[in-house]
Design a binder for this molecule. Structure first.
Ligand code: BG6
Length: 499
């Protein structure tokens, strides 16, 4: 990959967790791998009172915990840190944006570089609008800052709180930036394994012909985490898992595994197909919400052998909270390829195992040569795409056990990233930040797929508001989730893939 263009990256909310845990570690790794030219600058824009040196020190501390290049070499960091500056600012204060304008101009003229600017919103979403107004009012996207250069905006999830607020936010962003300048981050799209879904489907003649309702029985998409709400109570209690995971990551996984092949492998062609796919999800009526959308909240329990508290006991969570920490859905994609194939989605916190996977189950044999007994023993074939951990793909099929009898047992054929490529993949944020500076939107959500996903999810949220919530908590920490989620899939004669 080539060296990136000179650029100035402005990080709003630079003193916050996301910047320290994800953004700076990715920037540092890209820099250490030689992708940044000498003329690149990072301006941290945040409210905390500190100077450049203190800010740089906080970054070093964060890298030593969160960066895949840790332990950080001090000389290397010293060189990197010369590119980092801190602007103590207020999000609704005109003079802060004037200072930012001066900073950009001074760096551009001092180093004789174009004003290629990335405005990165890494703040809580309630200040997005203030920042966009601030950028606009200070003319930081005017021709003086554009010309032949680029100015791009990066927006972190959540993109809105529901369909209406997502639409308002999109309209606001698009009143200042053009769609081709907007990079909505869904970090799942930066994961190697998620990108590999396309490679698996579209570069192998043996799988794609089977990828339809003639051969596939059903698909399960799971994103299960043993972690709890952590320090994010304020955010999470307002979102719940339905907004935090289902609206974005899970919808992206669903669309990646189910879209039609695009005409060409180009950002808008892929995103057109995703929008089409998401539009084909059958809308949920209130009855569907009751029957096919399960919610849960974790109780006390054990993760491994460590005892953990319930959601309602977590710091910052109201003791009567009815927020969902688990959700499971059964949905249908009404199109030619997927008609009649159920998709089961589940995601939750404080679950037994950390695993994110897409499990594709093929139809049962129409007939067994080995009698009734054989039929029961022969398992459905499946392809398990493991997004994390142990990134890889396994294909499960039946094989004869050694011996004189014709006994069939399921076996696995496994591809594992680490053992095949002897490399650990770059962090999702590295790939995404690289693409933002290069100007490739393939791995970013577009306004229409975001809104279509919100439309579907909002119908569930609205439905949940109308019906009595279950008595929470309804699953033990360290379990596989609420019983209702098992009932959801068992009612169709199927089981969750809990291996
Ligand atoms: C984030 C959610 O987007 O994704 C978190 O806000 C979740 O709640 C995280 O834990 C999961 O990401 P990953 O990359 O660890 O699967």
């Amino acid at each position: 990959m080539a060296e990136l263009k000179p650029s100035i990256i402005v990080i709003f909310g630079a003193s916050g967790d996301l910047a320290h845990i994800k953004i700076f570690p990715a920037l540092y790794s890209l820099w250490e791998d030689g992708f940044f030219p000498d003329s690149f600058f990072i301006a941290g824009f945040a409210r905390t009172d500190m100077d450049d040196e203190t800010f740089r020190k906080t970054i070093l501390d964060a890298l030593n915990v969160n960066c895949r290049k840790k332990p950080i070499n001090e000389d290397d960091f010293l060189n990197f840190s010369k590119h980092i500056f801190y602007l103590k600012s207020k999000y609704d204060d005109e003079s802060s944006y004037k200072e930012l304008g001066k900073f950009i101009k001074s760096k551009a003229s001092e180093y004789n570089i174009p004003k290629n600017i990335v405005y990165y919103l890494s703040t809580p979403p309630n200040v997005y609008i203030k920042i966009i107004d601030g950028i606009q009012n200070a003319n930081l996207t005017s021709s003086e800052f554009k010309g032949d250069n680029f100015s791009r905006i990066v927006v972190e999830k959540p993109f809105g709180y529901d369909y209406e607020s997502a639409k308002d936010l999109n309209n606001k962003i698009l009143s200042v930036f053009k769609e081709e300048e907007v990079y909505r981050i869904d970090h799942y799209l930066g994961k190697e394994t998620v990108q590999n879904i396309f490679a698996f489907r579209f570069s192998n003649a043996i799988f794609e012909p089977l990828w339809n309702n003639k051969y596939i029985d059903h698909i399960q998409i799971s994103a299960l985490e043993p972690i709890g709400v952590g320090f994010r109570a304020g955010y999470f209690d307002k979102s719940g898992i339905i907004r935090d995971m289902m609206q974005n990551h899970m919808m992206q996984l669903l669309s990646s595994v189910a879209i039609e092949p695009p005409a060409i492998f180009h950002a808008d062609d892929i995103r057109n197909e995703k929008a089409k796919l998401l539009k084909s999800i059958r809308p949920f009526s209130l009855n569907d919400v009751k029957n096919f959308a399960v919610r849960g909240q974790y109780d006390r329990g054990f993760i491994g052998n460590k005892s953990v508290i319930s959601y309602k006991e977590e710091k910052g969570i109201p003791p009567n909270s009815t927020t969902d920490t688990y959700a499971a859905l059964r949905l249908f994609v009404d199109n030619y390829r997927w008609a009649g194939v159920p998709f089961y989605l589940r995601s939750g916190k404080r679950l037994k195992k950390h695993k994110t996977e897409i499990a594709v189950f093929f139809k049962k044999l129409p007939y067994s040569l080995y009698g009734k007994d054989g039929m029961e023993k022969i398992k459905q074939n499946s392809i398990i795409i493991t997004i994390q951990p142990n990134e890889g793909i396994s294909i499960n099929f039946g094989a004869k056990t050694p011996g004189f009898k014709m006994d069939i047992e399921p076996v696995n054929m496994v591809f594992n990233y680490k053992s095949s490529f002897k490399l650990s993949p770059p962090e999702a944020y590295e790939r995404l930040i690289y693409d933002i500076i290069v100007g490739d939107q393939t791995l970013f959500a577009r306004y229409d797929d975001t809104l279509i996903a919100w439309q579907f999810i909002t119908s569930i949220i609205n439905g949940w508001e109308k019906i009595e919530p279950p008595v929470f908590p309804n699953y033990e920490a360290g379990s596989w989730g609420p019983k209702e989620a098992d009932d959801l899939i068992n009612a169709d004669g199927r089981l969750w893939n809990n291996n």
